[in-house]
Design a protein around this ligand. Structure first.
Ligand code: NAP
Ligand code: GDD
Length: 328
């Protein structure tokens, strides 16, 4: 039985990845941070909580001794470093924590791996936010696109990306980067724009809310589904040679188009409800993302969800939650 260790297992991707690996027959280990409300933090793991092959313990990327101890005891075959302060706007509010976790945290895990299980395969959750303002002439970002990050989050992720390549070359560690474009699901944090819009639109439809406050509606994002993207993470760690891969749908929509789709599905016009609040604008915005994932598609990876089927699933999720609330 293969053993995998996942940091950030309580997050959107970590929870789907854990489910996927358990289904494949892995023994899965993961860390969550200590939190004053554990029920809330661990809710994404509820579907697999009783699986005997799941082992969750407390840990933090900034607590090196704990990471060292787990890797020494578990000696995993595969390590997935998904833990991060993952909110771009909030990275302006807590830049030092963001850098500590998203940059230094990567070194901490790589060092622990190098010292305790040097043959383990390492996956780093790199991000399209690293491209920042760079777009190739054909309108896509790809593995070769220049990285000009425009946020503390993006800058920190570029360091993580580079240190993975450095450890790969210097120490011959099987360390890879997945450069993932935005991906969503019903498990997405509700302060990310897709889930914020869907949740509010459903509440408006049910008479539970009047208005929705957003920031910049003219940014474009390439939105895929987290369930599809965790399969890419696993595929990357199965490759004979470590490398860097872009994971994306190749389709881009503006925040405005996304709002239009969601409200229309509920027979509403977003223009009647959405207002701008400057507090949700960013000091520097990343205006446009569209990823070329040709390289990983050559390995057989593909998306099962479309933008529309993913947004529909999120709408259904929130309708179910709020109808149950109303009926109680
Ligand atoms: P997420 O839901 O925010 O999950 C991140 C997890 O990391 C959370 O469970 C969080 O725990 C944990 N974490 C934060 N700081 C930590 C620390 N110091 N030590 C240990 N754990 C810590 O994010 P996600 O959407 O699943 O994304 C997974 C990874 O992919 C992240 O690294 C993100 O930056 C990257 N990524 C995401 C996307 C995307 O569109 N989703 C795209 C590209 C890359 P708490 O709940 O305790 O904060
Ligand atoms: N969160 C949020 N809230 N975003 C808003 C809002 C709002 O009220 N109004 C407009 N937006 C715009 C943002 O300015 C941004 O252009 C876009 O919606 C998407 O924002 P997020 O959903 O917060 O995602 P992100 O693109 O900043 O970051 C996500 O994708 C990255 C990959 O490119 C995160 O998942 C990162 O962790 C990930 O690396």
């Amino acid at each position: 039985m293969k053993k995998a260790f996942i940091t950030g297992i309580g997050g959107q991707d970590g929870s789907y990845l854990a489910e996927y690996l358990l289904d494949l027959g892995y023994e899965v280990y993961g860390i969550i941070r200590r939190n004053s409300t554990p029920e809330h933090q661990q809710s994404r793991l509820d579907p697999i909580r009783n699986n005997k092959n799941l082992h969750v313990s407390y840990g933090d990327l900034n607590d090196t001794s704990g990471i060292e101890r787990i890797l020494r005891e578990v000696k995993p075959d595969e390590v997935y470093n998904l833990a991060a302060q993952s909110h771009v706007r909030i990275s302006y509010e807590i830049p030092q924590f963001t850098v500590q976790t998203n940059s230094v945290g990567v070194v901490n895990v790589l060092e622990a791996l190098r010292n305790n299980c040097p043959n383990a395969k390492f996956y780093q959750a790199s991000s399209s936010e690293m491209f920042g303002s760079s777009v190739d002439e054909d309108g896509f970002q790809r593995e070769s696109t220049k990285m000009t990050p425009v946020s503390p989050y993006g800058c920190a992720k570029v360091f993580g990306y580079n240190i993975v390549r450095n450890y790969r070359n210097a120490y011959k560690i099987h360390a890879s980067n997945g450069i993932l474009f935005n991906h969503e699901s019903p498990r997405r944090g509700s302060n990310f724009v897709t889930n914020k819009v869907v949740k509010a639109a459903v509440k408006i439809k049910l008479g539970l809310q009047d208005k929705l406050e957003l920031g910049n509606m003219d940014a474009y994002r390439d939105w895929g589904h987290s369930k599809d993207y965790v399969k890419a993470m696993h595929l990357i760690n199965q490759q004979p040679k470590p490398d860097d891969w872009v994971v994306s749908t190749g389709v881009t929509h503006s925040v405005r188009e996304m709002c239009d789709y969601v409200f229309s599905q509920l027979d509403l016009n977003y223009k009647d409800y959405v207002i701008q609040n400057k507090k949700f604008l960013r000091p520097e915005e990343l205006p446009y993302l569209k990823g070329d994932s040709t390289k990983i598609r050559k390995l057989g990876w593909e998306c099962e969800y479309t933008f529309e089927s993913m947004m529909d699933e999120m709408i259904e999720h929130w309708i179910h939650i709020f109808k149950n609330t109303i009926n109680k």
